[in-house]
Design a protein around this ligand. Structure first.
Ligand code: EPU
Length: 421
């Protein structure tokens, strides 16, 4: 990936003011393929206008769906003439979530040919549990030449027991099972907010899913689905990134339109650090309060500390007082941001999957390169804290998942801009 621009941040400006968070990226990338399961046009609101969404539009159009998209307002997906079932690598390589086309197409027409997904390189990311789930519903799977071929004469509900908690696997089986014959039970399901959101979307088109948000999800397959309008939940990770950026710059920021209960793991850590966090029904205010203390963080499945905030949190802790540890338990190689943070003066060491951070009193602007979406968020946080100018290369990764991030940060007083390379 080669970006045509770089981001320039002059650090040291405390963020201050109010900002509204966008719709959830990881919800959007599940809900858009899920629209293929609708037997009529459906309308989705509050989608973030990000590259992952643009890539999914292209994929759905290639399959024959008609899409009317007004960024910031709505997307109407009319899948009635979507006869396609083949999604080549040139399309799937643009985003990880392209694997949801498998579940959606199997559920829709019992036939899918989808190339293995691209997306952020966070170490090995197998999809064996997804495939196991499809097979439990009666699909024949052939996995060769970088493609997954899935076909079923009849899709029949079954029991799926995941060997580990998998967000993608849970979503994919929900998609495939929604219109299967009979009942499916997913055991050891993921509980992330976007799992619940997807279940609500599918239910609003007539699916019958119960238990989303717990570790056992029950799906009674339906034959027909109907038109619906659905609003996706706010982005939990964008909210967290803004909370961390506010703390990092010792600013005073109120984030509107978020769901504070989704943020509990981060809020608890910020409070432990000595940051003031106050919550209202749909807003969170982050303010400084004396010295920020080092803390220990361990990523876990929801409601634990999200792996998607591990990298920005690591950046924040680079300037906390004392030695922090950040243990990544979900992905084995989500550490590519560490070298870049070191360029900026961070004192960090990686031991197995734990980052040891010796807080420093200053970071310095430097040229750095983004290697994955949340590494991008980490470098933005570091840039906002650092003395001098940070030049961030490979911004394409950031645009995949954060809507107008520099515009939002500028509104809060950050000195941040883009320049063509
Ligand atoms: N795993 C397997 N086999 C499988 C599925 C998963 O071994 O069949 C392993 C993975 O290798 C990983 C762990 O299980 O070690 C968890 O993976 P999971 O399936 O939960 O993650 P994912 O579906 O690949 C989604 C998000 C990620 C987010 C994780 C965890 C999307 C498109 N991706 O990934 O989001 O980090 O869940 O919450 O929703 C991001 O937004 O930056 C991002 C990477």
């Amino acid at each position: 990936m080669y970006s045509k621009d770089k981001m320039l941040i002059t650090g040291g400006h405390p963020l201050a003011g109010e900002i509204t968070v966008s719709g959830g990226k990881n919800t959007a990338v599940a809900v858009i393929p899920a629209a293929l399961l609708c037997d009529a046009p459906c309308t989705i609101e509050n989608l973030p206008d990000i590259d992952d969404v643009h890539a999914l539009i292209e994929i759905l159009e290639t399959l024959g769906a008609k899409i009317d998209y007004v960024p910031g307002k709505y997307m109407t997906v009319d899948p009635t003439n979507a006869k396609g079932y083949h999604v080549p690598y040139k399309l799937t390589k643009r985003l990880r979530a392209s694997y949801y086309l498998l579940g959606a197409l199997i559920g829709r027409g019992h036939h899918a040919e989808v190339a293995y997904p691209g997306g952020c390189d966070l170490g090995s990311r197998p999809i064996d549990q997804h495939l196991k789930g499809f097979m439990a519903l009666g699909a024949d799977i052939d996995d060769r030449g970088g493609m997954v071929y899935a076909k079923a004469d009849k899709l029949v509900g079954g029991d799926v027991f995941f060997d580990m908690v998998t967000v993608g696997g849970t979503i994919n089986v929900m998609l495939a099972a929604s219109k299967a014959e009979g009942n499916t039970i997913i055991y050891n399901a993921a509980k992330e907010p976007h799992i619940v959101d997807l279940a609500n979307f599918l239910n609003s088109m007539g699916a019958r899913i119960k238990g989303a948000g717990t570790d056992v999800i029950r799906i009674r397959g339906v034959q027909k689905t109907h038109a619906c309008t659905y609003t996706v939940i706010p982005d939990q990770i964008e909210t967290g990134t803004l909370m961390i950026a506010a703390a990092a710059t010792r600013g005073d920021v109120t984030i509107h339109g978020c769901i504070p209960t989704h943020m509990e793991a981060l809020t608890a850590k910020l409070l432990e650090m000595g940051v003031r966090v106050t919550e209202n029904d749909d807003s969170i205010r982050v303010r400084p309060q004396g010295v920020q203390r080092a803390v220990n963080v361990k990523t876990q499945v929801y409601p634990g500390f999200p792996t998607d905030l591990q990298q920005p949190m690591t950046a924040l802790l680079c300037m906390a007082n004392g030695v922090s540890t950040v243990c990544e338990t979900i992905f084995d190689q989500r550490f590519k941001h560490l070298d870049e943070l070191r360029r900026m003066g961070a004192k960090i060491r990686l031991v197995d999957r734990t980052v040891l951070i010796d807080g420093v009193s200053e970071l310095y602007g430097a040229p750095v390169t983004v290697t994955d979406l949340r590494a991008g968020a980490a470098l933005i946080v570091a840039g906002l804290m650092a003395k001098g100018v940070t030049e961030i290369y490979e911004t394409t990764y950031i645009d995949r998942g954060y809507e107008r991030i520099e515009e939002k940060l500028r509104l809060l007083g950050a000195d941040i801009r883009r320049e063509k390379i």
